[in-house]
Design a binder for this molecule. Structure first.
Ligand code: ADP
Ligand code: MG
Ligand code: MG
Length: 247
């Protein structure tokens, strides 16, 4: 079976139907892009998946690794290996890279936090994302591209199987964006599945194995692009509901 199947997901906020009967199927080991215009429901769908909106607050079902899941909170989804990196990074600016990577989850020895072990493990995790910084550096003293990498290193500290990135390159420069896309490819070659929210067609084309298009809270279509490259016109038509050239 696929790694993930979300079926008929409907999510309402007071006065807003953010998701209406949305379906999403993600295969094991792929990079799956979710695209759609601002307000299409992309972030809400991923918050449903990652337990930000717990079971009971949406309707529809989530099958993960072949079994129905009912996450009660974010920790429950993380324990299942699903880690989301939100658009707004969840780092503490005045704390170090190591402190952020292990926040609330520090290695301990004889009941006390073992900072030597924490720094050593942090360096290993940082190496996996290509971050060569002193682990004692404070988050506020590194750029947003490196902050993003700290978040990914933090995901690896939690033994991630499904990594969700919500518009990860939105605030990044060209170099940092390329580094991130290279990382995703590397993770794929090691069997880690990624979902990347993006509306940048060039980067979707560069890394996605399949693409699901959302529009006005509905899933419009999923395009399998393996080996073919994305058809940009088709994606744009799905996102906006018409040909951009016609009116
Ligand atoms: P996207 O990520 O595709 O830009 P969102 O999932 O953030 O879209 O939002 C989808 C719709 O749900 C929008 O109309 C948005 O205003 C609404 N929405 C999202 N989060 C909330 C919330 N917490 N409360 C009320 N409305 C929300
Ligand atoms: Mg948005
Ligand atoms: Mg969003």
């Amino acid at each position: 079976p696929p790694l993930l199947e979300m079926r008929g997901i409907t999510k309402e906020f007071p006065g807003v139907k953010a998701l209406s009967n949305v379906n999403l199927v993600v295969g094991s080991g792929e990079i799956h892009a979710i695209c759609g215009e601002n307000g299409a429901g992309k972030s809400t769908l991923m918050k449903v998946l990652s337990g930000v909106y717990p079971y009971g607050s949406y309707s529809g079902s989530i099958l993960y690794q072949g079994a129905e899941t009912k996450f009660s909170d974010i920790r429950a989804s993380e324990n299942a290996g699903i880690v989301i990196i939100h658009q707004e990074l969840a780092l503490v600016p005045g704390m170090s890279i190591t402190e952020n990577i292990f926040l609330g989850n520090e290695p301990r020895r004889f009941g006390r936090i073992d900072w030597q072990a924490a720094n050593r493990q942090a360096l290993e995790l940082m190496a996996r994302v290509g971050l060569s910084e002193d682990p004692d550096t404070l988050i506020k003293d590194i750029g947003v591209g490196k902050q993003q990498l700290v978040e990914i290193a933090k995901a690896f500290a939690k033994d991630v199987k499904l990594l969700i990135l919500d518009e990860p390159t939105a605030a990044l420069n060209e170099n940092d964006s390329q580094h991130l896309l290279d990382l995703l490819r590397g993770f794929r070659s090691r069997g880690i599945t990624s979902i990347m929210i993006s509306h940048k067609l060039n980067e979707i084309e560069a890394v996605a194995d399949s693409i699901t298009i959302l529009r006005d809270g509905k899933s419009i279509e999923t395009i399998d692009v393996k080996g073919e490259g994305a058809d940009e016109d088709r994606i744009v038509r799905g996102m906006v509901g018409r040909d951009l050239n016609s009116r």
